[in-house]
Design a protein around this ligand. Sequence first.
Ligand SMILES: [Zn+2]
Length: 222
Amino acid sequence: MRPVDKGHKDKEYKPYTTAKRELFEAIGPYCSYCEREIEHMGAVEHKQPKSKVPELEYSWDNFLLGCVNCNSIKNASEINDSNINDFVWPDTDDTYHMIQYDPVTLMPSPADHLNEHDKARVSRLIKLVGLNRAIPKENTKNYLKASDTRVEDRIKVAADAKSYKQAYLNLQDDAKPAFVEQLKILVKYSGYWSIWMHELEEIPEIKDALLSCLPGTRTDYF
Ligand SMILES: [Zn+2]
């Protein structure tokens, strides 16, 4: 999960939907949780739900961006000031290094290096937005409706990132800079930034490109 720095803004966003364009500018049009691209279907997401904590309905500090799947699963959550730190959040924690993905199933889990307290915080966030929700079995109604393709999308992007890496490593050195520029465009439209990063971060020039290609990426963790 890409850690982001959305900055602080004092003004009230009333109605809260008017914060969307500024959020897109600050952190890019991506779901803050699953990282899919959401330019045409994303919503302003309230970390502390507006139904439970109405005083934060218009507050920038309480905003992230959510896709329809992450938003609807999280909707009924009981998050408030007293338990918000029981979870990790992409705008306050190093969610890139705290979450690992299984190389085959692309299922997320708490990173091995974390202490038990932080593992529990990561697990709660994964559950909160259903990031590890299984792919429905083929030919069931939910599969045919393609109602939640987040894990499938991660698997596809990981395969693309592997192909990209192989192609990059086979290039002559003088062809590499232009290929890296193409990657920036690719990631911008594909979303799932951290899947690209996990696959490619060992190549320093690509790591630098990924850190700079989307707005609001929190670079001080890298
Ligand atoms: Zn999402």
